[in-house]
Design a protein around this ligand. Structure first.
Ligand code: NAD
Length: 241
């Protein structure tokens, strides 16, 4: 198995991409510590350990990571705000950066000393193709946070490149997850919103969380030993042109 002997810590593992990553890493032999704001979502997850954790609670997050001693850290917690710059309130701006960026800052800060001491590790931050890579409609503050994730990823990768610790991020396109269905619901016309999202996909479909998890397995495993500091795009060709 590709992650035998490795320990992984994952935020937002209750559903969507985080859950698929947690279960795929478990299937590949990792000891997975799966966490989510909503503990009930973890009741049937296939992971060695699981518990409720608000990733925006700095002390709780950093303590949990220190105890878990992960070789692989997956910073997945994030929220999609819908709207242009005209719609964005200061509260939304603050919430978006607190959840999408500050949690990753705190998670990496807690995981790095142990990884360095043990001679290596792999940090996987979840960004998005809607970031500094492409603009998507109504993703003003969301894209700003996900661009910051790419910047943090590169900075950490460079500063730790000689320690054996690698830091990459995953930039998915549109992925089938509970929050995606909620966004379609919230648009007021579920079917029309779904059709519009699929229409912008060159492959004619959105991605699956399991497809994203396969990339996370690669980045978490030693197969990707020569890769650090990069934004790995997985978007069904959306950003190609
Ligand atoms: P989702 O949005 O359906 O689920 C998010 C999970 O995060 C939920 O289980 C929720 O309980 C948890 N969560 C929310 N606040 C939290 C907090 N404070 N602490 C811990 N957990 C918290 O899942 P998704 O759509 O797969 O999104 C996961 C990540 O992938 C996000 O960072 C998102 O921005 C990113 N992403 C998603 C897509 C997509 O199309 N689904 C595309 C690109 C990037």
């Amino acid at each position: 198995m590709r992650l035998n002997g490795k320990r992984a810590f994952i935020t937002a593992a209750g559903q969507g991409i985080g859950r698929a990553v947690a279960e795929a890493m478990t299937a590949e032999g990792a000891h997975v510590v799966a966490t989510d704001l909503k503990g009930d979502l973890l009741s049937d997850i296939k992971a060695a350990e699981s518990f409720a954790l608000d990733a925006t609670d700095k002390d709780a997050l950093q303590k949990a990571i220190t105890v878990a001693k992960p070789d692989i850290l997956v910073n997945c917690a994030g929220f999609v705000h819908n709207g242009t710059i005209a719609d964005c309130t200061d509260e939304q701006w603050g919430f978006a950066f607190d959840l999408n960026c500050r949690t990753q800052f705190h998670g990496m800060q807690a995981a790095l000393p142990g990884m360095v001491e043990r001679g290596g590790g792999s940090i996987i931050n979840v960004s998005s193709v809607a970031s500094s890579i492409i603009a998507a409609p109504n993703r003003f503050v969301y894209a700003a946070t996900k661009a910051a994730v790419i910047a943090m990823t590169k900075s950490v990768a460079l500063d730790y490149v000689t320690t054996g610790v690698r830091c990459n991020c995953i930039c998915p396109g549109t992925v089938d997850s509970p929050s995606l269905h909620q966004r379609w619901e919230d648009s007021g016309d579920y079917e029309a919103a779904k059709k519009q999202f699929i229409a912008r996909q060159p492959m004619g479909r959105v991605g699956t969380p399991e497809e994203i998890a396969k990339l996370a397995i690669y980045l978490g495993s030693d197969e990707s030993a020569f890769t650090t500091g990069h934004a790995h795009v997985i978007d069904g060709g959306w950003s190609v042109g």
